[in-house]
Ligand binder design. Structure first.
Ligand SMILES: NC(=O)C1=CN([C@@H]2O[C@H](COP(=O)(O)OP(=O)(O)OC[C@H]3O[C@@H](n4cnc5c(N)ncnc54)[C@H](OP(=O)(O)O)[C@@H]3O)[C@@H](O)[C@H]2O)C=CC1
Ligand SMILES: Nc1nc2c(ncn2[C@@H]2O[C@H](COP(=O)(O)O)[C@@H](O)[C@H]2O)c(=O)[nH]1
Ligand SMILES: [K+]
Length: 478
């Protein structure tokens, strides 16, 4: 990447401050762009779901890995639970989604409480392991809440074999005007479901898979307590990437934690952070990090900059850290502050190998929280920061009242925020589609067929607030 007219500005920049200039391109189609990462994580998309309790659970992990990204299970989740999540995610089908299963006699009320857990907005009714019908929200309108689902379910119009070709499945769904197909194995047992959009996605994305063909997943460990033991347990559980996580990564505790993790000889990439400058990046790589997590203060849930004055505008932080890591043959993830697809494209242009997204993904069906509605009927989920009073209280629940009170004094995150679902893009895959379209298009504007070429070819200029505003769409006249 270089700055326009080779003039680097004298001050630090964030995503809104910069723009990319189009360049001559020989890349004929946006579909010709390869979005695979080269940082050793095996991700085929440069997207990582941030290790936040309100965002990265098993459903999120399954869904993003099926499209090629990676979710990081937060450090606050007990190791035994992480092990269950890893096993669950690795047992998922690479094409078919995991449906909500109901028995014939379950009620419409139960169906309606579970269906919002799925972006495809339906559940499969199963008898003796075999699917016998599909229930959608539309089937439950004006029906007694205690009615049994067998009385409202619809017949399965498209049944697929477990090895069905996604393109053929798309055509079959289209021809049948059916919203969803159900896949079964040779014995007729339920394998999963596939919507028309799911079939399309299966032809466009490559799942992030491990050597055994299971979906990939990462998990985080903090810098306190027995780091080596926890890291060992996570590795034994089968995580594909280990993230050593603390707010201020450039500190002794982190360097000691990294040494302890390295001593385990993990055969997976080790990520560590957070830092925002070349010194911090070199220190973490020197202590054993393969990938450095960059970002202090850009997160939507984060109050660190307001509390402390510490941090750094994210574009400059990523640019400097990525250059330092590259000199050492290593990589960085840009962590936090992503609000638009353009931010992902700019972070990759600055040299990040992947971009972490937290709060934006909180407002989706796949985040762990329950779907709520505000007074106007708009759907939202509650999110919170990992350094918020709420997260600190969770994390320290087994400590003495005195220790909890001491730790409770340091609050650098929001405890409760509403992340609204975009009615047009309520599922995380809808957001992945949107981000990937933006990034693919950005690559062709830069004449790049891969992320390495994007970084190599990107020409970035600095804009005024008016420049940024000019780029925003206007949905009404002025
Ligand atoms: N990217 C970002 O901008 C930020 C991210 N976070 C996220 O919040 C979660 C909790 O992180 P964290 O607060 O580090 O908690 P951790 O549980 O990881 O503990 C941090 C340890 O570092 C010590 N420490 C020393 N200085 C600091 C400092 N300035 N800030 C925080 N700890 C410090 C703490 O000791 P003592 O408590 O005695 O001081 C404690 O032992 C993580 O997931 C982290 O990524 C949090 C803040 C900023
Ligand atoms: N200072 C704080 N930073 C936090 C907290 N919780 C999470 N984070 C950081 O934000 C990113 C995600 O950013 P987003 O803009 O996509 O939401 C996450 O990975 C952490 O680094 C917090 O409580 N305080
Ligand atoms: K912030």
């Amino acid at each position: 990447m270089r700055f326009l007219d080779d003039t680097a500005p004298g001050h630090d920049l964030t995503y809104d401050d910069v723009f990319m200039v189009p360049r001559h391109s020989s890349v004929a189609s946006r579909y010709d762009v390869d979005l695979a990462t080269t940082d050793g994580t095996g991700a085929t998309l440069p997207l990582v779901v941030a290790n936040m309790t309100a965002i990265a659970g098993k459903r999120m992990a399954e869904t993003i890995a099926r499209r090629g990204g990676l979710a990081v299970i937060p450090q606050d989740i007990p190791t035994s639970v992480v092990a269950d999540v890893v096993a669950f995610v690795k047992s998922r089908d690479l094409v078919f989604d995991t449906p909500i299963e109901l028995t014939r006699s379950q009620t419409v009320a139960e169906a309606l409480s579970l269906i919002p857990k799925r972006a495809h907005r339906a559940a499969v009714v199963v008898e003796d392991g075999r699917p016998v019908g599909i229930v959608s929200e539309a089937d439950c309108v004006e029906v007694d809440r205690f009615a049994q689902v067998q009385h409202v379910m619809q017949p399965i119009s498209v049944r697929l074999a477990a090895d069905a070709d996604p393109r053929a499945a798309f055509d079959a769904l289209h021809a049948a005007h059916a919203p969803m197909a159900v896949a079964v194995d040779d014995d007729g047992a339920l394998v999963g479901v596939l919507t028309r959009t799911g079939a399309l996605r299966a032809t466009l994305y490559n799942p992030a898979v491990d050597a055994s063909g299971g979906l990939r997943i990462a998990a985080a460990v903090g810098v306190n307590g027995d780091v080596a033991l926890k890291a060992k347990e996570l590795l034994e559980a089968g995580v594909d990437c280990l993230v050593v996580d603390t707010a201020h990564g450039h500190q002794d505790r982190m360097l000691e934690a990294l040494a302890a993790v390295r001593a385990l000889d993990p055969q997976v990439p080790v990520v560590a952070g957070n830092v925002v400058d070349a010194d911090g990046t070199r220190a973490l790589i020197g202590a054993g990090a393969d990938i450095v997590k960059v970002g202090v203060g850009p997160g939507a849930m984060c109050t660190t900059r307001m509390m402390t004055g510490v941090g750094r505008p994210q574009f400059s932080a990523v640019l400097e850290c990525a250059a330092a890591a590259r000199d050492l043959g290593k990589h960085v993830w840009a962590d936090g502050g992503v609000r638009h697809p353009r931010d992902v494209a700019l972070a990759l242009a600055a040299g990040a190998s992947a971009v972490m997204v937290g709060s934006w993904f909180a407002g989706t069906h796949e985040s762990p929280g329950d779907l709520m509605h505000d007074a106007d009927g708009r759907a939202f989920k509650v999110s919170f920061g990992m350094a918020s009073a709420r997260a600190v209280a969770n994390r320290t629940s087994t400590e003495s009242a005195y220790d909890r009170a001491r730790k409770g004094l340091y609050e650098e995150g929001i405890s409760s925020s509403r992340m609204y679902l975009d009615p047009a893009r309520p599922g995380v895959e809808d957001l992945i589609d949107e981000i990937c379209s933006g990034v693919r298009s950005a690559c062709t504007y830069a004449g790049a067929a891969s992320l390495a070429e994007l970084h190599e070819r990107a020409v970035v200029g600095v804009q005024s607030t008016a420049g940024f505003t000019e780029g925003r769409p206007l949905s009404t006249s002025w």
